[in-house]
Design a binder for this molecule. Structure first.
Ligand code: SF4
Ligand code: MG
Length: 321
């Protein structure tokens, strides 16, 4: 399949003002030089502990936050620096599904109007057509017709997420960034929403960047997976390669925490010591070295680069040379 998105050496730094007189500017290196691609129709999962830069990556790609350097190629076109009308044209192709559907739905608007808003903003359709479209979307996401005239607070968490999904679909986007779309939901409804996302992917030819910290959720959804640590991709592989043979010590630790359904396979749990470091001042060399059980002298000095060690299996670690 052809590429839909290609990200090259992308950096997104924020500046924070620190100190008594807020004179000292410090850069938070939220995303610190990542490269990857997503093929048309696939789901790329992004995992890592919170604070690793997953959400910032998603928002940078959607052009909701500005990148510091690097490039974002969407459907063969460099959209990194688009502005105004030309950016607006691309915005409709790129949509976001939020973690907390309630916070992202305006409580004083009827559900029908919430879903219709992008259509009204982007398309000059007669209101009858818009209404028809909204009804179709409600049906596609499994909501009853009378949802149109109700308000977000009248729905459960899972139903609200369906409203958010319908709104994201309204403009027939090509790429959807789903940022922890089920982590605020009860476990019992999580799989319903995940399965809905899968069905819609088929039906609407969608490509997903699926962000989550829950490895079993990412496994269920993804074709390929990238593992992030302090603003960097430390491993990237197909789902099967990553789960069967994780190479990076960070991935290995994350994987060891998932219970194996096969009780004959005895897995040793690798406990991660310490916390994710502050991205203002990440450790020198390999940022994972303070927590790595394999750290060598070289790891304290030299930052490992992401390299392909097997076909489409990439890892950034000095153990693989
Ligand atoms: Fe561990 Fe060194 Fe590999 Fe980093 S580069 S993960 S410290 S072995
Ligand atoms: Mg996040």
């Amino acid at each position: 399949e052809p590429m839909l998105l290609e990200v090259r050496n992308l950096k997104t730094y924020y500046s924070t003002k620190k100190g008594l007189f807020k004179k000292e500017q410090r850069a938070v290196k939220a995303v610190d030089g990542i490269s990857f691609f997503i093929r048309k129709g696939e789901t790329l999962g992004l995992v890592g502990e919170s604070g690793c830069g997953k959400s910032t990556t998603g928002r940078t790609i959607l052009r909701l936050v500005d990148s510091t350097s690097g490039s974002i190629i969407f459907n063969g076109k460099d959209i990194t620096h688009l502005n105004g009308a030309s950016l607006r044209k691309y915005r409709r192709d790129l949509q976001l599904i939020f973690q907390d559907p309630y916070a992202s739905l305006n409580p004083v608007h009827m559900v029908g109007d919430i879903i219709a808003a992008p259509l009204r903003n982007y398309q000059r359709l007669p209101s009858k057509e818009i209404r028809k479209e909204v009804m179709m979307l409600l049906k596609k996401v499994g909501l009853p017709e009378d949802a149109y005239h109700k308000y977000p607070h009248e729905f459960s968490g899972g139903q609200r997420q369906r409203i958010g999904i319908a709104r994201a679909l309204a403009l027939r986007p090509k790429l959807i960034v789903a940022d922890e779309p089920v982590s605020a939901l009860d476990v019992s409804v999580q799989s319903q929403v995940l399965n809905l996302l899968k069905e819609l992917q088929e039906e609407f030819d969608l490509t997903y960047l699926f962000i989550a910290h829950d490895l079993s959720v990412v496994k269920h959804m993804s074709d390929r997976i990238g593992v992030m640590y302090v603003g960097n991709l430390v491993e990237m592989a197909s789902k099967n390669d990553l789960y069967e043979q994780p190479l990076h010590p960070y991935t290995q630790a994350l994987m060891s925490a998932i219970p194996d359904p096969d009780p004959r396979k005895k897995k040793e749990r690798i406990i991660l010591q310490g916390d994710v470091p502050n991205p203002v001042n990440p450790p020198k060399g390999c940022a994972f070295h303070p927590r790595c059980i394999h750290a060598m002298p070289q790891c304290l000095e030299e930052k490992p680069l992401l390299q392909e060690v097997k076909k489409e299996h990439y890892v950034a670690c000095h153990l693989y040379k």
